[in-house]
Design a protein. Structure first.
Lengths: 277, 275
């Protein structure tokens, strides 16, 4: 009795405030587009519009941005996670907490300071000049690079965590065995560690890729008005153009992309038991 | 099981490990530098009341300016209330969910609930925000405090459910059996055995739900109105048009506030998952 109540209350609440709105969006995406009005229907026009011209470019750009951002995140996160899981010794707990702390603080404060760091004459420029890595003014604000920096920065902690969780489960004995059998450091890494880390990589891709597919805040604050991404395009369909049907179709395209990503990752980790943290 | 390697003896091995340590250190610097920048620049004089990339001098004035800004203060009050409501709902609904995910007698129900919780986490917030806006438009419910709270609860619920679930997983079923053997009814067992054990997990979950709700920006962007405007949404709006350093002062103050809550939640969580 209590068991069923415990299951039913959250299900009911989430059906009303989560799944019903999503279902409505799905329904409206087949509706007729009109200004500021909601009209149900059974047409694919919105999808046709969403996949042509300017919107098509925005959609493809978003996929490309999310894929690149995800990859960059994992490349930066992996060595750090490896260090925390296998080389930090008795400081392991402190080492993982340290990278997690920024994630649990205000998202906005973490993104907004990049406006200063990347601006001409700012501390970022001063640092690069000081290290003799770069000379001349730094012109990164309102560029693609700024958006990538912002995305990698924002989601790095949640890429590190699943990688850390999976890497700390791989027995050191396997590394030793590989080495005893004549594998060098690189073959040990690529033939033993990396394949066993697959579930962690998949989770990291999911956790970073999903927000990147819908990203709205980072490109607005750091990318200027050049190169609109889907998150911004959807938002402006609702807020400015008030074409709910087209906005819904675009939102559904993002959701379908997320679904495809989940399916691909499930395939990628086939054969592993449940390893979610 | 030994998990750490002994110090490698070969030169290449040591160089590799030093490289990993260096990489980790750089990641930590990368993660904290922007936060430090925000805090430092909340003391920046700026030019003509605007934030500048060049540090022009120290002042404490922006904290006062932020405090005197009535719109900002109103936004802070709204945020405090909205996240409180959201956290309260999340504690009840999310804890029930977290408990049922582990303890519901039927495996199919457990799997469905777990799947549902993960779906909450993989729907992009932008999609959720516009869906809710549409939902309230179609059902002709006027946007206000209640619609905003309801809109941000799913995220808070998923966070609460996952933390409470971790706590339930460490709960020893034998204790409940013992209580039953000693004559306690189901409700009594729950009240006197299960709940006290889960208390730290639930408290940690409540605090995290509060922080997540307080920081929510994307879903809130779509559901705030001129009357019900939360702090992150207000700051986000200001940031798009050459902000005053007072915005940085306000953000730094929230940073300290959320960090303190997260620290307490972290301590409670450690208590919760210890067997």
């Amino acid at each position: 009795m209590t068991d069923d109540l415990f299951a039913a209350v959250p299900t009911l609440w989430l059906f009303i405030f989560f799944f019903a709105p999503l279902a409505l969006t799905a329904a409206i995406s087949f509706g007729h587009s009109s200004f500021g009005d909601v009209a149900f229907g059974m047409t694919l026009d919105n999808y046709r519009t969403a996949l042509s011209g300017f919107y098509r470019v925005a959609f493809l750009r978003t996929l490309q941005f999310a894929a690149t951002g995800c990859l960059l995140c994992i490349v930066v996160a992996f060595p750090a996670a490896f260090f925390i899981a296998r080389r930090s010794g008795r400081f392991e707990k402190a080492a993982i907490v340290l990278v997690l702390v920024p994630y649990f603080t205000s998202f906005l404060i973490r993104v907004m300071s990049w406006q200063i760091l990347l601006s001409r004459g700012g501390p970022g420029e001063a640092l690069l000049h000081g290290l003799h890595l770069y000379s001349g003014p730094l012109d990164l604000m309102d560029t693609k690079t700024a958006v990538f920096i912002g995305m990698v920065y924002s989601y790095l902690p949640i890429a590190i965590v699943p990688l850390y969780v999976v890497l700390r489960r791989i027995p050191v004995a396997l590394e030793d065995a590989g080495r005893d059998l004549g594998a060098g450091r690189f073959s040990t890494f690529f033939l033993i560690i990396l394949p066993l880390a697959r579930p962690g990589i998949a989770t990291a891709i999911l956790l970073t890729g999903v927000p990147m597919l819908g990203e709205m805040v980072i490109p607005t604050l750091l990318g200027g008005d050049r190169g609109v991404l889907m998150g911004q395009a959807i938002s402006s369909q609702y807020i400015d153009a008030q074409n709910y049907a087209l906005g819904s179709a675009m939102a559904m395209l993002v959701l379908v992309s997320v679904g495809v990503l989940v399916a691909l990752l499930a395939r990628f980790t086939r054969g592993f038991a449940e390893t979610a943290p | 099981m030994r998990r750490s390697n002994p110090a490698p003896t070969s030169l290449a091995g040591r160089a590799g490990d030093a490289g990993l340590a260096l990489w980790y250190a750089l990641v930590v610097v990368f993660l904290f530098a922007p936060i430090a920048t925000s805090i430092v620049y909340s003391f920046n004089l700026g030019t003509l009341g605007k934030q500048t990339a060049l540090f022009t001098g120290w002042t404490l004035g922006w904290y006062g300016a932020a405090f005197d800004n009535l719109t900002l203060r109103h936004a802070v009050e709204t945020s405090l209330v909205v996240s409180l409501y959201s956290a309260i709902i999340a504690v009840f609904v999310g804890s029930a969910l977290g408990f049922a995910m582990v303890r519901h007698p039927r495996a199919a129900v457990r799997a469905a609930l777990t799947g549902m919780t993960y779906i909450l986490l993989i729907v992009p917030e932008t999609v959720m925000g516009v869906s809710l806006l549409l939902f309230y438009a179609v059902t002709e419910i006027r946007l206000g405090m209640a619609t905003l709270v309801a809109g941000i609860t799913p995220l808070a619920i998923s966070v609460t459910a996952l933390i409470v679930r971790a706590g339930v997983l460490t709960l020893d079923r034998k204790l409940e059996d013992a209580a039953a053997d000693l004559g306690a009814g189901r409700l009594q067992t729950f009240r006197f055995v299960v709940l006290p054990h889960l208390a730290p997990a639930i408290a940690a979950a409540a605090l995290m739900a509060y922080v997540f709700s307080f920081d929510n920006l994307v879903v809130s962007t779509f559901l705030t109105t001129p009357l019900v405007n939360t702090l992150p949404v207000y700051l986000y709006g200001s940031l798009q048009y050459g902000p005053s350093p007072a915005i940085y002062a306000a953000a730094s103050a929230i940073f300290a506030f959320t960090l303190a809550i997260v620290a307490v939640a972290g301590l409670l969580y450690r208590l919760a998952v210890r067997r």
